[in-house]
Write a protein that binds this ligand. Structure first.
Ligand SMILES: Cc1ncc(COP(=O)(O)O)c(C=O)c1O
Length: 436
């Protein structure tokens, strides 16, 4: 099919809810390392990584070699028979969880399923059904995980009972109108109020992203999760860290985002970057928590030998190439470039994130902080012209999200930063022209 045929077929044969960026959809033909080529042969520098998923570069040779070999050896038997790749991956994950405290894994195919499994596990372990989640969260697209999600855009259809939402730690737009640190972490302490006023006081647990991804890389103060985890446990719940975006070194220096906040959760969920594009989700829990799931449950493709091989190869690659260290260094360099841009462009209200998970929030005015959604859309269009790939997020769609492969270099950042700066300048000029 040529490009136009692909666009037409997409329109005719896919649900219209399968949304895409840009006024005219971008058709991608191939990718290698940090680059992606469109159907017209244009090369893009990819700083979104397929939504925080291409962790070790597109079509990574070391990973793919192992995957090809596994494809030709054993592709599928389901979980009713044992296979080595599944247990090897589980053992590897157990060896890198915080304090090695989470040792038992359940594999699925996506972050949504990983979170479904976590909620089920928390409910089995505690005998309670009530879950606390956060506003601005994103946890998936099933009925239960849409209910956990705290953004109207991503909550389709009826919600399920048993979920309450606490205000999040969004310092740039503090839900309490306070400022850190004089706020004394009001948002964290408010979780106790939420439990006491909107639940039975006996909760199954709380689920939260260490840095809220789809919400626009909203990064809490360092003390936040320590306080919150203690409150959750005080009321009998387990603490679930949704690391679909923040795991595997993405935040720099550590395997998991929650480690940046000094907390050891009871359950961690992840997917995305674990497989570098292979569909694999994992729910890893403390042994006694995992053991509470009585009876049997099955995921036909979960722990599939091919995707498990991909995931194990990705983790080995991250470890061998010391990518968490690279993330700290190159992520810090990228952050510096973004802060320079903030000084230059008044529309950049906030720069935030950690490691190679960095975001800029656009506002119409730094005083009112009115979200500049239309400008953000234009920045994306200009970024396309500049041949860079970036993501969008935030409740108002006014956040540009950057999550390149974790093995990029400072040279990539230099190339990217120049083009992003030009994109913002061009988008801003358009708006100024319209205003005149
Ligand atoms: C934090 C978080 N949790 C869960 C999910 C759902 O993952 P999936 O799209 O693989 O179902 C996502 C997806 O963006 C996510 O960012």
């Amino acid at each position: 099919m040529n490009k136009d045929e692909i666009i037409l077929a997409h329109k005719e044969f896919l649900f219209p809810s399968v949304f895409h960026y840009f006024r005219e959809p971008l058709v991608v033909a191939r990718a290698k390392d940090q680059y992606v080529w469109d159907a017209d042969g244009n090369q893009f520098l990819d700083f979104f990584g397929g939504i925080v998923t291409v962790s070790v570069g597109h079509c990574n040779e070391e990973v793919n070699r192992k995957v090809h070999r596994q494809m030709d050896t054993l592709q599928h038997v389901s979980t009713v028979f044992l296979n080595e790749p599944q247990v090897a991956l589980a053992a590897k994950i157990a060896s890198i969880t915080p304090e090695r405290a989470l040792t038992k894994s359940f594999f699925t195919n996506s972050g949504t399923e990983a979170n479904e499994t976590a909620i089920l596990t928390a409910r089995c372990y505690t005998g309670s059904s009530e879950i606390v989640a956060l506003r601005h969260a994103y946890h998936g697209r099933s009925a239960a995980t849409m209910t956990l999600t705290g953004q109207s855009t991503w909550r389709l259809g009826p919600v399920q009972p048993g979920v309450v939402h606490a205000p999040n730690a969004y310092c740039y737009r503090c839900p309490f109108g306070l400022e850190y640190p004089s706020c004394e972490l009001k948002c964290a302490h408010d979780v106790e109020e939420v439990i006491r006023t909107t639940t039975s006081g006996r909760i199954a647990g709380m689920i939260a992203e260490p840095i809220q991804g789809v919400g626009g890389f909203i990064t809490p103060p360092k003390e936040y999760f320590g306080i919150v985890a203690e409150i959750v446990r005080k009321y009998g719940g387990v603490f679930i860290s949704d690391e679909v975006q923040t795991a595997w070194g993405r935040t720099g220096g550590k395997w998991f985002g929650i480690e940046q906040w000094g907390v050891t959760p009871d359950i961690i969920t992840s997917a995305k970057g674990l497989g570098n594009g292979a569909p694999v989700g994992v729910t890893v829990a403390r042994a006694e928590v995992a053991d509470a799931v009585k009876g049997v449950t099955i995921s036909t493709f979960g722990g599939n030998p091919v995707t498990a091989t991909a995931a194990k190869a990705v983790l080995d690659y991250i470890e061998e190439k010391r990518l968490p260290e690279n993330v700290t260094e190159v992520g810090g360099y990228l952050r510096g470039k973004l802060l320079e841009m903030q000084e230059k462009h008044p529309s950049i209200g906030d720069v935030r994130g950690m490691g190679l998970l960095q975001a800029i929030e656009f506002v119409e005015d730094r005083k009112t902080k009115k979200p500049a959604t239309a400008l953000t859309l234009e920045v994306l269009e200009e970024a396309r012209r500049q041949r860079i790939m970036v993501g969008r997020g935030g409740l108002s769609g006014n956040v540009v999200r950057l999550s390149p492969p974790m093995n990029i270099t400072k040279t990539d950042v230099d190339e990217f930063a120049g083009r992003l700066d030009a994109s913002i300048a061009a988008a801003t000029a358009k708006f100024q022209t319209v205003a005149v």
